[in-house]
Design a protein around this ligand. Structure first.
Ligand code: GLN
Length: 216
């Protein structure tokens, strides 16, 4: 064993992880629009890394789970051995932000899931997939998000879920005019039914980055 690899082994066994202040934010890159999230993070001056292997989870300060297809993200994450380490990281308090399919992956309960579909869980919510039906595949609307200031967020919904029930420790960040909850946070976790990575409005990402920085 070379001195370098020996040193690495020793420091890993002592520290477990690299110092959190130097770690990038990971974006789960199994399926979906992870590139858009990586772009937004880079735009914000944050180091960002595409996460595809369990080992990479040891070296991130936060994780974004992108939009896409939750049943596919579920299958691939189990296939690549990422599901259990992600659940462990969530339980250990890693800040995680899920958009659309990512919100579904964070939900403790998934309604209208396909047969055998699983989520990572962590967010004490019940989320219904494809809640707007096939008539409303996608739409864009203005949302007031008090946490992000007075200017409305333009929110893009694509075959989007809604939050149908939430536990006492979950806070709604945004609701549609009809009262349905479409953005939530709970401890180190947050999720949106819509896709802020697609609109050029970076405030949700800034909110998440702030959460990661305060934990660093
Ligand atoms: N309908 C998708 C699902 O169930 C989510 C769509 C999206 O992420 N834009 O996973």
């Amino acid at each position: 064993m070379s001195p370098t690899s020996l040193r690495r082994t020793v420091s890993q066994s002592v520290a477990g992880r690299s110092p959190v202040g130097q770690l990038p934010i990971g974006v789960l890159a199994l399926q979906g629009d992870f590139r858009e999230h990586l772009n937004v993070l880079q735009q914000l001056g944050e180091a960002a890394v595409a996460v595809k292997t369990p080992g990479q989870l040891e070296h991130i300060a936060g994780l974004i789970i992108p939009g896409g297809e939750s049943s596919v993200i579920d299958k691939l994450s189990r296939l690549y051995g990422l599901a259990e380490p992600i659940k462990a990281a969530i339980a250990a308090g890693l800040p995680v932000y899920g958009t659309c399919a990512g919100l579904i992956m964070l939900a403790d309960t998934v309604l209208d899931a396909i047969e055998g579909q699983q989520s990572f869980g962590g967010l004490d919510v019940a989320v219904r997939r494809n809640a707007f039906g096939s008539q409303t595949e996608s739409f864009e609307t203005e949302l007031l998000v008090p946490e992000l200031g007075d200017v409305a967020v333009s929110a893009v919904f694509i075959r989007a879920p809604v939050v149908e029930a939430m536990g006492p420790s979950v806070r709604a960040l945004a609701t549609l005019d009809d009262g349905r909850v479409v953005a939530v946070e709970q401890g180190s976790l947050m999720g949106t039914s819509f896709h802020p990575e697609m609109t050029g409005d970076t405030r949700f990402h800034e909110y998440f980055v702030e959460r990661v920085r305060s934990r660093r």
